[in-house]
Design a protein around this ligand. Sequence first.
Ligand code: HSE
Length: 310
Amino acid sequence: MLTEVTAFAPATVANVAIGFDILGHTVEAIGDRVRLRRIADPVVRIASIGGIAGALPVEPERNTAGRAVQALIEDLNLGHGFEMEIDKGVPLASGLGGSAASAVAAVVAANALLAEPLPPLRLLRYAMQGEIVASGSAHLDNIAPSLFGGLVLTVGIDHPRIKRIPVPASLRCVLVHPHMHLGTREARAILKTDISRSDFVWQTANLAGFISGCYSDDLEMIRDSFNDVIIEPQRASLIPGFADVKRGAMAAGALGCSISGAGPTVFAWAEVQYAEAVRGAMVAAFTTHGLASDQWISAIENYGARVVKA
Ligand code: HSE
């Protein structure tokens, strides 16, 4: 039986404009790695946090990966524990689901070291405990795609249903991460708790249109419904230059452009032949607002978290 294993979990774009807290998709290539080693005591020890980590807590109960594995140990009443090394590949407070990626990689690694591995839906529950540490609330729109891969809809929290939604193969996701920090808690705290009936109708129509467009390869339907009328207008002012970045992306041929998760990363969906131009326009707009950025063009592949090294 294995005693040591490394798992990788990809970064994610949560909300995907119109699915606040329920829709998210994976990003190729960027992600976190967690190495776990079985130890005799039924506890979690964080031995190191490396990569582009910044200052992350090493107390397991305050760390997303640590808390997720603690939840697994407690729930299964395991007679042993794990020592953990975290290698961060997702920038902190970027809106790319870094806290979820660490939590998911950690539970996938722990699962590989169990005598009887659990089904992914059980792992989702433990990873969610880690997400709560980071954002103060339970939502699965980063965790579910990071675990299952692709564009993922979650319905429910306590007993969630997970649905992977097909994405037209010609589409790419352009991501531009301006060099600034925006905390998820802060970006959630500003949100109103009530919405108008008209906004509710628009958002519902847009979510339904977007998902039906994905299933039917209807790019015009995706374009016309790629419009968050509730959350984006409230958060836009947290990201300097957001309106210009979005305008630039749309003028360069994007199907839609919005805030990735709680921001500050801005993402756009575009057909592959427009992706470079969209990226250029978004980067240029941030530059005029004094913000340097990192950028990626990613396919939306159906690859979720996985063990990468025994
Ligand atoms: N759906 C969440 C939000 C994602 O937008 O606040 C961030 O964790």
